[in-house]
Design a protein around this ligand. Structure first.
Ligand code: ACO
Length: 451
């Protein structure tokens, strides 16, 4: 396929002698040797296990991908038991302390940290793609005043597909690179415009002299002053939050990005689809839900009763639990540290008291200990965002801005991986056998879910 650079097939090279799984099929007494590599067997190797020539072959059944690796990846490493997160091998703590968000974005996308000239060129490329076409602005104006910012973001990012029709040439690396600049440059602009739209304020054009985070703040909060000057502590805190959210390997939205991208759809619609996945309350939408929960609890003394209510199955502790982390989410630890810096400027968010009490009680409670439920990235991020002046509806949009980088890195890796094809899971059909159609006048009504 044109323009498709091919990564080597590592799998077979890495299979060691005696690294195999012996299977005896008790249905047939047949024996099979299935190679094991990187602690994994290939699901397709199961297909040879058949009861006879007409048998389709064995499949694995794994709803919600609880134990299925869908790709090889070199982008992000997570050790959920130890609470480790690394981008391209670098610990998240070091990146958050020493790098800017765009430096980390370069690392996530291209595999190595940039040199000074590379960073300068990269920042230049992103900042020169921050403007939106005027028709896209008009598109945004069509939303109701109370439209949820995530809905506006998702639709407007998808609409960019109509502005850049060449984006569909996804197998051309140069075309891909240009769309990456555009998406990383324009998503903050769209995000800021959704906010201004909800307030009824005029849109503010990007200021390319400012840093990525400071320019975003400019587009959000500039009023009549000739030049917006961001508070440097808040701009740095936002930059750190962006670094923490840049990628998180094969989560729900990254999986959507890869899946939609695998049909060779253009990256604007694929990012819109990934953002839609992010918006759900069990994924990136949890940060908004945490604030609602803290409001519902109201005060520190009501925390024990709320915990009991969760344990009784009446709801979840939002911002707690993770499919992969069975330890403290390292991002939550850094966010707690960043919160102190933000509060020095903004004053302490009173909700922090409730959140700290929730964490303290939950971490000592048998229910949460047994299930290894710890605070995740969303538990404290909303408290900072609110202190900085964001409304809860904006929180998931703030997550989507940096995660655009991760989605694009996952998409690029998928397109360059010669083992990837259009994503298409199998199913275990449990419906009716073939049956004959009954004419409408002879049908008997049954209670169905649709009624
Ligand atoms: N509060 C209370 N109980 C919980 C919570 C929670 N937040 N999370 C999980 N549990 C319980 C489950 O009820 C289940 O209990 P059981 O064994 O008695 O049935 C057990 O812990 C295991 O939970 P699962 O739902 O099987 O875990 P899963 O990996 O499928 O879900 C998820 C992970 C979706 C993150 C879940 O923990 C959750 O809903 N958390 C709250 C929402 C949230 O914070 N999401 C953000 C995640 S981070 C991110 O996406 C950016």
């Amino acid at each position: 396929m044109c323009g498709r650079s091919r990564t080597p097939l590592l799998w077979k090279e890495k299979v060691m002698e005696n690294e195999a799984l012996s299977i005896v099929d008790k249905r047939t007494q047949a024996k099979y040797e299935i190679p094991v590599s990187n602690g994994t067997i290939r699901a397709m190797d199961l297909r040879q296990i058949k009861t006879g020539p007409d048998d389709f072959g064995l499949m694995s059944y794994d709803p919600a991908f609880m134990n299925t690796a869908s790709c090889h990846s070199t982008i992000t490493f997570i050790d959920g038991d130890k609470g480790i997160l690394r981008y391209r091998g670098y610990p998240i703590e070091q990146l958050a302390e020493k790098c800017s968000f765009l430096e980390v974005a370069y690392l996530v996308l291209f595999g190595d940290l940039p040199t000074e000239p590379q960073l300068k060129e990269w920042v230049g490329n992103i900042t020169h793609h921050t403007m939106l076409h005027e028709t896209t602005k008009k598109f945004l104006e069509g939303f109701r005043y109370d439209a949820h910012p995530m809905g506006m973001l998702i639709s407007t990012v998808a609409a960019l597909s109509t502005v850049y029709p060449e984006a569909r040439h996804v197998l051309d690396p140069e075309v891909r690179k240009l769309q990456m600049y555009r998406l990383i440059g324009k998503v903050p602009t769209i995000a800021a415009y959704t906010y201004r739209h909800s307030l009824g304020y005029p849109y503010v054009y990007p200021d390319n002299e400012l840093s990525y985070a400071a320019n975003f703040m400019n587009m959000l909060w500039k009023m009549t002053e000739p030049k917006y000057v961001a508070n440097p502590i808040l701009a740095r805190a936002l930059d750190i939050l962006f670094i923490l959210h840049a990628d998180h390997e094969q989560n729900c939205s990254a999986n959507v990005m890869r899946s939609v991208g695998s049909s060779q759809a253009d990256p604007f619609v694929a990012v819109a689809a990934a953002a839609a996945a992010l918006s759900g309350p069990l994924h990136g939408g949890a940060n908004e839900e945490v604030l609602k929960m803290l409001d519902e609890i109201g005060s520190k003394d009501k925390v024990p009763a709320y915990i009991e209510h969760v344990k009784a199955g009446a709801g979840k502790l939002m911002g707690f639990g993770h499919r992969i982390y069975k330890n403290y989410d390292p991002r939550a630890r850094i966010i707690k540290w960043a919160a102190d810096k933000v509060f020095e400027v903004t004053g302490r968010n009173p909700k922090l008291e409730i959140a700290l009490e929730l964490e303290r009680i939950a971490l000592e409670d048998e229910y949460f200990i047994k299930r290894k439920l710890y605070p995740n990235v969303d538990f404290y991020s909303g408290i900072i965002y609110q202190a900085m002046g964001f409304k809860p509806e904006m929180f998931t949009v703030l997550f989507a801005i940096p995660r655009t980088v991760g989605w694009l890195a996952q998409w690029q890796e998928m397109l360059e991986d010669r083992e990837q094809k259009i994503a298409r899971p199998r199913q275990v059909y449990t419906g009716h056998d073939a049956r004959d159609l009954v004419p409408i006048e002879k049908r008997v009504a049954k209670e169905t879910a649709a009624m």
